[in-house]
Write a protein that binds this ligand. Structure first.
Ligand code: HEC
Ligand code: HEC
Ligand code: HEC
Ligand code: HEC
Ligand code: HEC
Ligand code: HEC
Ligand code: HEC
Length: 327
């Protein structure tokens, strides 16, 4: 017993030191991560000094003089949006070839093959909740993929330098709607982008939705995918865009107590349990009022009770009159 105690007391300083060691390595680890972030950011400046704005400069080796040129609009990377994006901690060359370090960029880089989302996220436990594989399958049966399988990929909607997760956040529903709709309008309201993929004339989106009353209000409060994508219970954001013939047109799909919005736009808030009690579809109430979808449960009961009393009153009144008349 005493021996055990002695051993234990002798071990106290050892375990104490072990603890300190663990804490230190942990904080060093965090420090190293932060250092890596700072390092990457500093490295990216080498690219962004040209790609970060509308003009770039270089020294012409033949004349030795500095030349200023206009950067092509497609090759400008918005610095601030990159800094907020999901992949903000990346070095440009984590996704692009190291050979971009030289300018003019070597010609063969134009043929550089690009990663797909699934190359990094596929089968990774850390991202299991996003269900990348399921999204991939859904995307493959969408109109975009079936009609333009090779040309249409995930990057077309998820800009590699600016994509930032929105739907899975506490942001206002209106902000999420604006962000997500901008993704679709990027092509559907832009002739050049649309026609990179097809020779078809880009239909005028506003004209094609004239049947929808208060169109501007609707486009601010619901996403295109609410009407155009088939919902799938196991993923948060539906990716299976359907042909136009299958789009939602019936008002009651949203304006009713079993509104489809609960399984799409409001899904995340529903999952997180952000609801006010009393109202049908209370989560919607936190953000706005959708006619038909927000009936109040208690008010409903109250009106039933009132109706009951009125009916009771009338029948008592009628019974009394009948009894009276009989007399
Ligand atoms: C001196 C200015 C300058 C610097 C520095 C620079 N670029 Fe560029 N980059 C350009 C210009 C101009 C183009 C468009 C013309 C071309 O392709 O050469 C371009 C094109 C590109 C392209 C598109 C190529 C294509 O045709 O699809 C990529 C990708 C790229 N740069 C990545 C990088 C990366 C990554 C870095 C940093 C390691 C970097 N650039 C640094 C000026 C620069
Ligand atoms: C997460 C991966 C990733 C990171 C990080 C990344 N890129 Fe890209 N970049 C891509 C992909 C993918 C494309 C091709 C997009 C497409 O084909 O639509 C691309 C395209 C480009 C283009 C050509 C744009 C065009 O449309 O022709 C330039 C220029 C570019 N990247 C520069 C950069 C610079 C500079 C950085 C760092 C600040 C950077 N990239 C960081 C994945 C990435
Ligand atoms: C080169 C590898 C790579 C590619 C390609 C890539 N990602 Fe990522 N992605 C990562 C890594 C690593 C992180 C974690 C970054 C961090 O924590 O700083 C990440 C983060 C994310 C996150 C944020 C996760 C969170 O929990 O906040 C999302 C969402 C995401 N990626 C989606 C995509 C999509 C969609 C694509 C394709 C359009 C894609 N990624 C392509 C490696 C990649
Ligand atoms: C037609 C456009 C479109 C295409 C193509 C597309 N996505 Fe998305 N994706 C979206 C929109 C819109 C969102 C919602 C963004 C937000 O608000 O966070 C989203 C969200 C996501 C998310 C986050 C979902 C969550 O649970 O939070 C992942 C992961 C994702 N997409 C992966 C992919 C992958 C992988 C591909 C290719 C197989 C792909 N996407 C192709 C439009 C698209
Ligand atoms: C990169 C450009 C691009 C983006 C981004 C894009 N689309 Fe498309 N979309 C197209 C093209 C091109 C077609 C025409 C396909 C065809 O018929 O050849 C199309 C077709 C469609 C159709 C089918 C119309 C029909 O004729 O049946 C619908 C619906 C649609 N898109 C909705 C969306 C929605 C919703 C989003 C956003 C989540 C979106 N698109 C994002 C380019 C895009
Ligand atoms: C309230 C539901 C609803 C919303 C929201 C909605 N759409 Fe539609 N959309 C429809 C219906 C229904 C049609 C079919 C109209 C027809 O057949 O004439 C359609 C047609 C289309 C077409 C095919 C046009 C054609 O005739 O080729 C495209 C592309 C499209 N929508 C894109 C979008 C985009 C992008 C958004 C978001 C800015 C959006 N839609 C929002 C219901 C909706
Ligand atoms: C995809 C879901 C969806 C569909 C389909 C839909 N609506 Fe709506 N509607 C909404 C939402 C969300 C609002 C905005 C609520 C708010 O102001 O917060 C709205 C608002 C309205 C408003 C305006 C109410 C006000 O406060 O001014 C009217 C009117 C309306 N819808 C009628 C219709 C009619 C008629 C149809 C069918 C042709 C229809 N809606 C189809 C979701 C939908």
């Amino acid at each position: 017993m005493t021996l055990l105690f002695k051993r234990w007391t002798r071990n106290v300083p050892v375990s104490f030191m072990l603890l300190i060691f663990i804490v230190m390595t942990m904080s060093l680890n965090i420090k190293a991560q932060n250092n890596k972030k700072a390092e990457n950011a500093a490295f990216n400046e080498k690219c962004l000094k040209c790609h970060g704005q509308s003009k770039y400069r270089y020294i012409n080796p033949e004349s030795g003089s500095e030349v200023t040129k206009r950067m092509y609009i497609e090759t400008i990377i918005p610095r601030d949006l990159f800094a907020e994006s999901n992949h903000k901690n990346f070095k440009c060359t984590d996704c692009h070839s190291e050979d971009y370090d030289t300018f003019p960029h070597p010609g063969h880089l134009r043929m550089e093959s690009k990663y797909a989302c699934i190359d990094c996220h596929g089968g990774d436990e850390a991202y299991a909740k996003f269900k990348f594989e399921e999204i991939e399958t859904e995307f493959q049966s969408s109109v975009h993929s079936t009609k333009h399988s090779d040309d249409f990929n995930c990057w077309m909607c998820h800009n590699p330098h600016t994509y930032k997760i929105n739907a899975r956040s506490d942001e206002k529903i209106k902000d999420i709607v604006a962000y997500d709709n901008a993704i679709c309008l990027n092509c559907h309201a832009d002739i050049t982008k649309y026609q990179m993929l097809t020779d078809k004339v880009n239909p005028n989106i506003l004209k094609k939705h004239e049947w929808l009353p208060n169109q501007a209000l609707h486009f601010k409060n619901v996403r295109c995918i609410e009407c155009h994508a088939r919902t799938n219970d196991s993923i948060l954001v539906a990716h299976n865009i359907q042909p136009k013939s299958k789009a939602v047109r019936r008002c009651v799909e949203c304006h009713s107590t079993n509104s489809i919005l609960m399984a799409s736009l409001y899904k995340y808030k529903v999952q997180e349990g952000r609801s006010k009690t009393g109202f049908y579809n209370g989560v919607i109430m936190n953000e706005g009022y959708v006619i038909g979808a927000n009936r109040n449960y208690y008010l409903g009961i109250l009106s039933l009770v009132m109706f009951g009393f009125v009916a009771l009153g009338i029948s008592i009144h009628a019974a009394l009159r009948i009894i009276k008349r009989k007399k």
